[in-house]
Structures are given as C-alpha cells and as structure tokens.
Design a protein around this ligand. Sequence first.
Ligand code: UD1
Ligand code: UDP
Length: 385
Amino acid sequence: MEQRSERNHIRVRKNTIIMERILFAIGTRPEIIKTAPVIIACRKDKRYTVKVCFTGQHKAMAMQMIDEFGIKIDYDLRLMKPQQSLNYLASATLAKINAVYDDFCPELVFVQGDTTTAFCAALAAFYKEIKVAHIEAGLRTYDKHHPYPEEVNRQMVSRLADFHFAPTKSAKSNLVAEGIKPSLITITGNTVIDALLYTKTHKKYFTNKILEGLPKNKKVILVTAHRRESFGGPLKDVCTALKALVKNNKDIFIVYPVHLNPKVLKPVHSLLGKEKNILLIPPLGYSDFILLMDKAYCILTDSGGVQEEAPSLGKPVLILRDKTERPEVVRAGCAKIVGRNPARIIKYAQKLLRSKKFYRSLSMKKNPVGDGRAAARIKKKIDSV
Ligand code: UD1
Ligand code: UDP
C-alpha cells in the first residue's frame, strides 16, 4: 500500500521511502560533464523515471556539453544573463525550480559540485522535503574566499544533502569531521574520470579545424583560467607570465580556450590577443579539449575539473591558485600549486620545460581521484536504498 505525504511529494511503501522519480539539476559546463555519466546510467534502468532540469546558468558553454553527451533536457529555466550576479542567479534559480519540482514531483534530486545551480537546487529540494544526492561531496579548502563562492556553496550543499557521493577518502574524512554519518557517504571516485575515459576511447581526431594547424615543432602549453577570485589583478598577472614565457622560450606555443565570462574574455584578449605564439580560442567541445590535453606538453590552469583529468593523461599541471580542494592530486605528484604570481608561474613553467626530472616527477599516470567507475557506484547505492 502506497501513501503520499501531505506536506511533500514523498511516497512511502511498507515504511520505505520510494525513490523512483529522479531529477538531475545541472547548469554549468563542468556540472554537465560530471553528471552525464550518472544520468546515462540511471536512464538505462527502466525502474526509474529520470528527468533533467537545466537551469541555463551557462548558455553556449553548456550547450556544447549537452549536445556532446546527448542529454535530453526536460526543463530549461533559461537563466543566464550577461555578467549575471550571484544574487540574481540564486534568487532566479530558487524561484523557477519550484515549479519544476511541483510538475515532476521528484523523490530524489541529484546535484553536482559547488555551483549556484547545485546549491539552490539542493536548497529548493530541502524546502520541499525532497531527498538530495550530492555528487562530488566533501571537497574543501576551509577558506570561504578560495574558491569563491564555491567553498561556501559546497559546504551548504553538504548540510542539505541526504546522500553524499565523495570522490576520495579524504573528501569522506572532511564530511565525517563535519558530523555527517559515515553510512550516508559513499566513496565513488570522481565522475569526471568516467566522462574522460569514455571520451578518450571514442575520439581520435580534432573536430575543431583551428586545432589541426597547431605547430608540430613546438611544445604546446594548454592554459585555462576563469575563477572569480582571479578577476582583475591576478588574471592580469597570469597573462603577464604567459607573455614572458613565449618571449623567453621560442620552442613553445600556448593555446588558451577562453571562458566566455566578459570579465575573463575582455582582459585576456586585450592583453594577449596580439601575441604571435599564443592562440586564444573560444571554449572547446569536450572531446576536442580532451584531445588537446592529451597532445599538450603541460597544462596551466585554475580549473577544478582539469586538475582532476590531467593525471589520467599523464600531463603535469601547474595550478594557478593559492589553494586546492584536490590535495590528492598534489600529494600524488601530478600537480604543483604555483598561484598567480608571474615570477612563480614563469619559474615552474621553465622548470617543466628544462628539467626532465621535474617533468617526470609531475607526470604520474595513476589518477588518485577516479578510475572511471564512479557512476556505477553511485547508481548501486541508489538502487540499494
Ligand atoms: C560558474 C561556477 C564555477 C564553475 C564555472 C565553470 C558558480 C558560482 N560558479 O562560474 O564554480 O567553475 O561556472 O565554468 O556557480 N557566460 C556566457 N556564456 C556561457 C557561460 C557564461 O556568456 O555559456 C558568461 C555570462 O556573461 C555569465 C558569466 O559568464 O553571466 C558568468 O557565468 P556564471 O555561471 O555566473 O559564473 P562562472 O564564472 O562561469
Ligand atoms: N573543458 C572543455 N572545454 C574547454 C575548457 C574546459 O570541455 O574549452 C572541460 C574540462 O575538460 C573540464 C571542465 O570543462 O572537464 C572544467 O570546466 P571549468 O574549468 O569551466 O570549471 P571547473 O572545473 O573549474 O569548475
């Protein structure tokens, strides 16, 4: 005999909460990449009714990924505005996702990571007493300004979630130390490695024509930088370092797919647009980006996802941040934190170019954050509830 609670959508059968109607809330490029393997796994299982709500926090950058992974969108909230503020985005997400929850009546909402979409979708679900599952739970720097605002977003999601899918042991330890019951935490590995390994196997050639013409006689350095805490001075510093690197090293060629945020796009183009050995390009589709990572000599980035992926390809990473919530990657010898200071960036990039020993020490192939089976572990846990 099935009963539906008066206050919310939850159905109960024999004292067990039913979780057959699953909603995935996604909004930005990395959330789509990292949630896709779980959506695909759940959609294959006919016991579940699965729907996807795309908040539209990102537009073009998200559509690239939605198309690439073939994700069917059931609800599109179309939220992105140029230069949107965090308060606009948060309030609009809360206001609009309510109707989605009322229409679909999900029994479980999946969120991923630490974006405004993830936090607000989790909060709105909690307010309606819908269970929340958090993919990539437990990452921490414990500095609320690094990364900003993501550190606070993910801590708040942990307060709201009912199922915590931690990529690593140390992420689980963070959650346990915060008082979350160990039985609610599952160590899964990071789903980005599922996406990466699948894509790498199926992709051998660039789709983007610009990439076919990369110089064969130069070492390609791949750069990405987009974080809010780098806007202004620190991003300028990164650009200064890149300029100096191409000036001092005739054998390198920098490729920088530039994030579409005008606070990144404008300064990067105005500072580096005329440099001969620096190629600024629009964001790449996932498979082109993975292939470019694979062809690169090394990577300079402030991206969370790129830090996680690079070890699977054996590519050294210099992290353009002061702190990382992925200490496993640094401890395993796959990356070094160099910050945004030009002298430090130049020092370590040149060391990678000149010292084979240093290069080898940062090119481990064993990935400490995932093995490609995270989505299966997440689904197994949900199946068992
Ligand atoms: C967001 C996430 C960040 C994640 C990043 C991934 C939050 C608070 N931050 O930051 O954790 O690392 O996404 O890239 O959720 N824009 C476009 N087209 C797009 C996407 C963005 O033009 O397809 C521009 C818009 O002007 C938009 C701005 O970028 O207003 C900022 O986007 P937003 O999602 O607010 O922040 P991100 O810096 O992308
Ligand atoms: N990525 C991509 N195309 C690009 C740049 C990045 O497909 O031009 C992928 C990358 O492989 C990684 C993810 O986007 O999986 C990282 O996204 P981003 O750096 O925007 O966000 P973060 O990981 O820092 O939250």
